[in-house]
Structures are given as structure tokens and as C-alpha cells.
Design a protein around this ligand. Structure first.
Ligand code: SF4
Length: 230
């Protein structure tokens, strides 16, 4: 399979009944402020450079963010924070990511969610997490020839990244290294070294409380950029 085929296939996945209901209900009952917009209401494929040096791994789409716009991290507060940082460090050509036709483009970077459907309260069940694992694994395996750095957002993204890298033939240590902001793990992969970098998730909870500041976010992506030689 190639990346386009994986994107097409994941877009129609219906393996998790609770999430299928949730994503479709959110689309049907879309907020009045989105009433005039097309509403995706399906799984969210990876997005960005098809041959990236940097891969960003998030948790899952937001109900009225990616689930609405059809593009990962697009149209919700976490995405606003993330894209602003990527723009400041030169990895995104615009500072905002509002909708699929806004002209935004990532530079040498691709983003994926570990779980591809919006879960209630941003909490997939362990069974849903495991059901979705093959999607990120397929994508990471296809991207590994070029990926040098994986930035994991939060412990959930970190776990998904380690699992997917392991499945794609990267020498992941067992037991897996612990997540932390700024933690780096260099591993050898089939096409050269791959460094996993941890970053607190840019959720409103973390950014409003200043657990994650703009400076801390920029530092991680500047480091990723340097590691990726971009
Ligand atoms: Fe399919 Fe993943 Fe969505 Fe479950 S979460 S329905 S496995 S795309």
C-alpha cells in the first residue's frame, strides 16, 4: 500500500462502534456556529509532507476540530497553539490552520493522531486505542525511509509513537522509555537513526495553566528541526 491508499482506507474505517456513533452525532448535531460548513465526521488521516523528516504524533481529533474540518489539528485550540509554534520555527507556512482549503502547508513535517476518530472527552478506551494501532503503524512504516525525528505530544502520543516505531523495525528499548517534556531517545531504524522527542500536549488545559508555554513548544520544534537537519 502507499500513503494515498492508507489515507483512503482509514477515512472509511468503522471498527469502533462507540466512536463511529460519536463522530457522526457530532457531525449531525454540529454547533450553530458551524451550521453553514461541510462537516467531515469521519476518521482523520495523517496530513502534511508525504516524505517528511519530522513526524508529529498527537492523541486523537477534537469533536469540532479535526472531526469537523477533516484535517488533523485543524480548527481547535490545540491546533491553533501547535501551528503557531510550527510557523514561528519555520515548519508551517502560515500561523493558523482553520480549514482544509486555507493554503496551509507543512515544511518537511507530517502530523498524525494515534487514534483517528474523535473520542468523547478526548479519551479513547484501551480497546479503541488498540483497534486503531494498525493505522499509525502502516503510516509510520511508509514514512520511515525519510523520518529522522518523531515529536510525541503527551504520554499517549509517546506510547503510540514507540509502538508504531517498534512495529516498523526501529530498535525500541524494552521496557519503553518514559515520557517527559524535552526527553529525547535516539534509536536505530532501518533507514538510519530516529530520535523520539517528547512535548507536553498543547491542550488548553496545559497551555492555560502554563504547564506548556510558547517558548517550551518552540524549543522542542527548533530541536526537532536541528535533529532533522532542516
Ligand atoms: Fe477505525 Fe481508528 Fe476510528 Fe476505530 S478509531 S473506527 S480503528 S479509524
Amino acid at each position: 500500500a502507499d500513503l494515498g491508499e492508507v489515507e483512503a482506507r482509514v477515512s472509511v474505517c468503522a471498527a469502533c462502534p462507540r466512536l463511529v456513533r460519536w463522530r457522526e452525532d457530532a457531525a449531525r448535531e454540529k454547533r450553530a456556529s458551524f451550521a453553514d460548513q461541510p462537516y467531515w465526521g469521519r476518521p482523520i488521516p495523517g496530513w502534511g509532507d508525504p516524505e517528511p523528516q519530522i513526524l508529529v504524533v498527537g492523541l486523537a481529533p477534537a469533536a469540532h476540530g479535526g472531526n469537523r474540518t477533516g484535517r488533523v489539528f485543524t480548527g481547535d485550540p490545540s491546533g491553533d497553539w501547535l501551528f503557531a509554534s510550527l510557523h514561528r520555527v519555520g515548519l508551517a507556512i502560515q500561523e493558523t490552520s482553520r480549514h482544509a482549503g486555507d493554503g496551509q502547508r507543512l515544511v518537511g513535517t507530517r502530523m498524525v493522531a494515534r487514534v483517528r476518530c474523535a473520542p468523547p472527552e478526548n479519551k479513547p478506551t484501551p480497546a479503541e486505542r488498540d483497534a486503531c494501532a494498525p493505522w499509525i503503524q502502516r503510516e509510520v512504516a511508509l514514512l520511515l525511509p525519510t523520518v529522522r525525528v518523531v515529536v510525541a505530544l503527551g504520554a499517549f502520543g509517546w506510547g503510540g509513537a514507540l509502538e508504531a516505531l517498534d512495529g516498523a523495525g526501529v530498535a525500541v528499548p524494552h521496557p519503553g522509555p518514559k515520557f517527559g517534556h524535552g526527553v529525547e531517545v535516539e534509536m536505530s531504524g532501518p533507514a538510519g537513526p530516529v530520535t523520539l522527542v517528547g512535548c507536553f500536549h498543547p491542550s488548553p488545559h496545559n497551555t492555560y495553566t502554563r504547564r506548556l508555554t510558547a517558548e517550551m513548544t518552540d524549543e522542542v520544534f527548533l530541536r526537532a528541526r536541528a535533529l532533522a537537519d532542516l
